[in-house]
Design a protein around this ligand. Sequence first.
Ligand SMILES: *[C@@H]1O[C@H](CO)[C@@H](O)[C@H](O)[C@H]1NC(C)=O
Ligand SMILES: *[C@@H]1O[C@H](CO)[C@@H](O)[C@H](O)[C@H]1NC(C)=O
Ligand SMILES: *[C@@H]1O[C@H](CO)[C@@H](O)[C@H](O)[C@H]1NC(C)=O
Length: 460
Amino acid sequence: MNPCAYLECGSVKWSLILLLSVSLFRSCLSEQIPEFALMEVKENEIHEAEIEEVTVEDELDSEDQEVFYPTREWQTVRPGQAVPAGLHMRLNLQTGKNEARIPDPENEKNGMTYKKKGTRLGKVNIDSNVYTPQELKKVLAKFKEGTEEEKAKVEGIKQKFRPIDDLMKEFEELNMRIETDFEIMTKLINKFNSSSSSLDEKAAALHDLEYYVHQVDNAENMFSLGGLQLMINELNGTEAVLKELSAFVLGSALSSNPKVQVEAIEGGALQKLLLILGTEQPLPVKKKALFALSSMLRHFPYAQQQFLKHGGLHILRSIFREKGAEVLHIRVVTLLYDMIVEKELLQDSEVNSEQMKEKIEQYKQVILVPVLIEQGWCKIISDLLGLPEHDTREKVLKTVNLLLAFCKGQYRGDQKLNTTLNLLRREYEELVEEELKAGEQDSYFRELLSSVNEILQNLR
Ligand SMILES: *[C@@H]1O[C@H](CO)[C@@H](O)[C@H](O)[C@H]1NC(C)=O
Ligand SMILES: *[C@@H]1O[C@H](CO)[C@@H](O)[C@H](O)[C@H]1NC(C)=O
Ligand SMILES: *[C@@H]1O[C@H](CO)[C@@H](O)[C@H](O)[C@H]1NC(C)=O
């Protein structure tokens, strides 16, 4: 946006303009008031000779006009003084006075840039019809007696157009923050590891740590600080709440972070997570352990192989025999679905690198579906269609569809499944109709319905 448009440069809002950062001031003036001609010159185009050529005499025609003689130092521009072109101008907020100087190319790197304007560099272009020294006097006077309303407006504008110094400061703070994250994490890890910390303090430290490790760099730093191993060790600790929270931290750190995934499996996390899932533990501990396990297995075929080798599917299956662990069921199905799809997607994609070849080789050794069939997962999964939540059913329908090719024989003879699917069909047909009546465009239930129909079709 043209700042001049915003400021109504042509109008009498000069007191506002005077308060603005130099760049705004300059660009507005140079457009509207040629006698100021605060020409913009790119910093590397500045030549001292040209600056020194700045003269005013030729064009100054008014006898009462006092000329401002610029130097490399900031000098106050008195009201009524004519200012030559090519200068740096600023408003000294302490004195309320305008100041100008010859730009110093060495010192301007972080500040303004100047642009050559035609061939007129070094010449002052005066057009006193636009802006006279008398007017400048008035403006300065007006500025001093600025109303509260105007001051508020100026504040608003200042916030919109922040000076470069502020931006630099913010940038510095941004750099600092990365270092601060590291420092905070060091403190949290020490707090957790300290024998003098109470249980509550340790739990609070893990809670905070979890927040930080979502960031990839932070998660890797947790490893280099020794925190990852502390989390893994805690998984077989004695305090349920610390087990739960360390699994939580692990899960977040492992999410989409291949480096941490490798370190975690080398640190023995997989066996400990499976131990939690396969033994009697409070539900919140199991929930977070399942979260950490899922984060560890996703997109990491080596971990998937190890998971199968250690009887991971058996352990997950045992969860379905537990009372009160229903909230975990759909999470298990989601994990299995993701693992199957992940492998299929990779098999379908083009092989265009050695790395890809290697990955496909690794996935080939993840023998998941045959084991699922053997262990009776077809029925375990389709039984979940009886659950009431649409989101759950959506996931289960997708998984059943995915497994259909392998589970067909079993599903065909399953009267209960046939009944369930037909009930679902009726329910979703009604919901689709309601959606249509309500004029909804993207039909959520239509998708569920077509999923149900697809399965029924395939089972015929
Ligand atoms: C945790 O504390 C133990 C015992 O004080 C110490 O040996 C170990 O280095 C600490 N670990 C970390 C990661 O700070
Ligand atoms: C946790 O397991 C490690 C070995 O993996 C063992 O050294 C440690 O004593 C166990 N901790 C508890 C509290 O059982
Ligand atoms: C499935 O159920 C529907 C209605 O409940 C019935 O008409 C159909 O014959 C059943 N199909 C099989 C294969 O049992």
